[in-house]
Design a protein around this ligand. Structure first.
Ligand code: SF4
Length: 351
């Protein structure tokens, strides 16, 4: 079915046939706790008769979200511990995250920032907070790259994006601006000439990292939106979250990675799912993820190989989950070495 507007309430989901009447109460309990939004292009993609539909699984609330395990954390990758000023996360010396906005066109049920995003989330930076964030970046010559994430930065108007990019363009030591977004697949009509123009900054290189998790997300409209971005000279890379019941299958992953490449997007990150609250039903074990990635290695061209990444819980940065920095310890536990050489366990031994 097609919807005229995004579905954001339980009534909307029931009326669209995406939630059964007998599941209304439990869906309402989930929606009380975590934001909900499904855009019309995604509603049109969902097969409501398929209880295992991989698109529905990513966006339609599930009662399993009400179960929070002891090892799950509100801030699984430790953004807050590395936030020197509001909206900035500075974990690695040469790059920062700039989170100008905490709303998204869709709310992914597995989101690692689910406690921060949404209408009740951390909101949008005030002009004074944005000034402080830009001043922080301008004052640190070691910052080579800014990663605009959130929330989804492409929900901002072209005017606001242009203003922000002009201010970033004025910082000499900054060379790269990277946007992380789901908009080209979940709301492709938004990718128009004005928005694309606003992503460019004089003297800087812009990368657009598209978050997509299943090949079916690449509708004709999504492919056209991606083509508009690439044709305008922006470089596109991908990020995917490895999700049980969505893409935990070597054939699906191979098709997804090939689809990125066919659309001129270089596969970049395949994330092991984070320990976000209420997301255990999406999580594979690290051993399962490593075995799956091993199967992908022999199946697709080197062009289609993403880096399989685990964000070490607690904000210790990323580690290649299929590298020598990750060793099997005991009881299904892994020993990880972070980029500073420090050792951690996964799953974490402490909760
Ligand atoms: S688009 Fe990104 S930030 Fe927004 S809900 Fe999905 S995963 Fe979270």
């Amino acid at each position: 079915m097609t919807a005229a507007r995004s579905l954001s309430t339980v009534d909307d989901l029931v009326a669209a046939g995406l939630v059964r009447e007998d599941k209304r109460a439990q869906t309402a309990a989930v929606a009380e706790r975590y934001a909900v939004a499904v855009t019309p292009p995604l509603v049109a993609l969902i097969d409501a008769d398929d209880p295992f539909d991989p698109i529905a699984r990513q966006f339609v609330p599930d009662a399993a979200e009400l179960v929070t395990l002891p090892e799950e954390r509100d801030d699984p990758i430790g953004d807050l511990a590395h936030s020197p000023v509001e909206g900035v996360v500075h974990r690695y010396p040469d790059r920062v995250l700039l989170k100008a906005v905490h709303v998204c066109p869709v709310y992914c049920r597995f989101c690692f920032r689910r406690e921060m995003v949404g209408p009740e989330g951390l909101g949008t930076l005030t002009p004074a907070e944005l000034d402080a964030a830009i001043a922080y970046i301008a004052g640190r010559p070691q910052i080579w790259e800014v990663i605009l994430t959130g929330g989804d930065p492409l929900v901002l108007s072209p005017r606001r994006l242009r203003d922000m990019m002009e201010r970033l363009a004025a910082i000499d030591h900054l060379k790269i601006v990277r946007f992380h977004t789901r908009v080209p697949v979940v709301d492709p009509a938004r990718i128009d000439a004005a928005l694309i123009e606003a992503l460019k900054a004089s003297g800087k290189t812009t990368y657009v990292a598209l978050h997509a998790n299943h090949p079916r997300e690449f509708t004709e409209d999504a492919r056209a939106a991606i083509a508009r971005i690439v044709d305008a000279g922006l470089v596109m890379i991908s990020q995917t979250v490895l999700l049980k019941g969505v893409n935990d299958d070597a054939d699906v992953l191979a098709a997804l990675m090939r689809t990125f490449v066919e659309n001129r997007i270089k596969p970049y990150y395949l994330h092991h799912p984070d320990l976000a609250p209420g997301t255990a039903h999406f999580r594979l074990s690290l051993a399962e993820g490593r075995a799956l990635v091993e199967r992908l290695r022999g199946r697709v061209s080197g062009l289609c190989q993403p880096a399989y990444i685990l964000d070490i819980p607690g904000g210790h940065g990323k580690v290649r989950a299929d590298s020598m920095a990750v060793e099997e310890a005991d009881d299904g536990c892994f020993r990880l070495r972070d980029f500073r050489g420090e050792t951690h366990f996964y799953p974490p031994k402490e909760s």
